[in-house]
Design a protein around this ligand. Structure first.
Ligand code: ZN
Length: 466
């Protein structure tokens, strides 16, 4: 049986132990199966076989770029001297820093600060939130020399640009980075699908994704969220059109009527909306706008970082889904406990509260603003433990089963958990042990192999044909 693969004695999440045959990119058969002549056989040894994980909130291009950038924030860079050292290093051309946070320097850095530590080459540093770039004078000069309209979000004196990633990209005419390394790193986690949530995704971005898919650089299936204008004439094969992304910022909320109109326009084109809400104000504004515009299936709240009970109830009443990042509990929890009044702690990155209320919930890592490892996110959802070992919101912990389900949600309907079934694409993640053992030790180290469309994209242990 050429081109077929038999996986023997794998465990499914329902507890059954089965054999599974992959043929022509699909799950061909499930049951008690005998190997065909010459068929490649992998002994799963009772390891858990899952539908491939889906990262429901990622920024692939920024992740690829971050792999080519210097880290400017914790844990690698913890203070101003360390930041000055990484930015002051010699070299030619742009130096791109990522992951910066004001806690490193005790207040936000600006153009002058960068000029002191890195006067020579053009430097740009991205804030950890992804919403702010800070340039040195040499960098600002390069950008302004290109002419063209200067964006409203640019404060020239401070060298700070809020919420206009696209201007930098367009002005520098930079080709987006290759996605090969991102695809390979996702494969190691058993991730077979990604929803890209970059609000600036347009048809150019879609072409880049389509090329990365077609060339095999990015093996994962892609749901592309982004601008209203994205995909008006359809998208390339291998890409699915996702929601229109709305990026709010509490400091300068857009006109309420304009947001209601944008939601209406998205719905009018058959698209849902995904609204970034990291503060209570942003959430209250968003819920009011959705109530006004009306809700359609697929409308979702990204992050829901702070959700008091009243808003949680409203999310349920409106039938919205939430896309959560439990990894931030581990990655940023210590800073939250230091910076945020204790009265708000119970409402931070809630999980169980959504689950108990019956709100559809899915998990996304927000890479590169969070670590791209969904297993670390699951572990944090269960433990609610910060990097320094404190517990943030114990009442919001999930069971291991619920945590896993965050990444098994169907991107086309977050209320549905994907299942392995004959006739479906062979997007699979095999663990090296059964669930009863894995559930107490959620870690990417358990991933033994990953297939996308029947193609082996990650293999921790080389198997030889039987
Ligand atoms: Zn994001």
């Amino acid at each position: 049986m050429p081109d077929a693969l038999l996986l023997r004695r794998a465990e499914l999440l329902d507890g059954r132990t089965i054999d599974l045959r992959i043929r022509a990119g699909l799950v061909a058969e499930i049951g008690i199966l005998a190997p065909g002549a010459g068929e490649h056989v992998i002994e799963a040894g009772g390891g858990l076989l899952l539908p491939g994980l889906h990262d429901h909130h990622a920024h692939v291009a920024a992740t690829a770029a971050a792999m080519d950038s210097v880290r400017c924030g914790p844990p690698e860079v913890a203070d101003a001297a360390a930041l000055a050292a990484v930015l002051g290093r010699a070299g030619a051309g742009w130096l791109r820093g990522v992951g910066y946070h004001e806690s490193v320097t005790g207040g936000l850095i600006d153009r002058r600060w960068l000029d002191r530590v890195a006067p020579q080459r053009p430097v740009r540093v991205q804030h950890r939130s992804g919403r702010l770039w800070i340039f040195n004078s040499a960098g600002l000069e390069v950008l302004l020399a290109a002419g063209g309209p200067v964006p409203a979000g640019l404060d020239r004196r401070r060298g700070q640009l809020f919420d206009d990633d696209g201007w930098v990209r367009r002005t520098l005419g930079s080709t987006p980075p290759a996605f090969t390394a991102v695809g390979a790193s996702y494969a190691r986690y058993g991730v077979t699908g990604i929803t890209d949530m970059n609000p600036g995704n347009d048809d150019d971005a879609a072409r880049h994704f389509a090329h990365a898919r077609a060339s095999g650089a990015l093996p994962q299936s892609v749901v592309l969220a982004g601008m209203l204008a994205l995909g008006r004439d359809g998208l390339a094969p291998g890409l699915a059109l996702g929601p229109v992304k709305l990026h709010l910022h509490e400091a300068y909320l857009p006109d309420f009527g304009a947001v209601v109109a944008l939601i209406g326009a998205a719905h009018g084109r058959g698209r849902a909306v995904a609204v970034h809400c990291v503060t209570v104000t942003e959430l209250v504004f968003t819920l009011a706008a959705l109530r006004e515009a009306g809700v359609r299936p697929g409308d979702r709240i990204e992050h829901a970082s702070v959700t008091p009970d009243e808003q949680l109830r409203e999310i349920f009443d409106l039938g919205l889904a939430v896309v959560v990042q439990p990894n931030f509990v581990a990655e940023r929890g210590d800073a939250y406990l230091a910076d945020i009044p204790s009265g708000d702690w119970p409402y931070l990155y809630r999980l169980r509260g959504f689950s108990v209320a019956g709100v559809a919930m899915a998990g996304g890592t927000d890479t590169p603003f969070g670590a791209a490892d969904p297993w670390a996110a699951m572990a944090a959802a269960v433990s609610r433990r910060t990097a320094h070992g404190q517990i943030l919101g114990a009442a919001e912990a999930l069971t291991s089963e619920q945590a896993l389900a965050l990444f098994l949600a169907d991107p086309a309907d977050l209320g549905v958990t994907r299942q392995i079934a004959a006739g479906k694409a062979a997007d699979l993640c095999l663990l090296d042990r059964p669930w009863r053992v894995a559930r107490d030790n959620l870690s990417a180290r358990l991933v033994r192999a990953c297939w996308i469309g029947g193609r082996l994209v990650y293999d921790r242990v080389d198997e030889s044909p039987a």
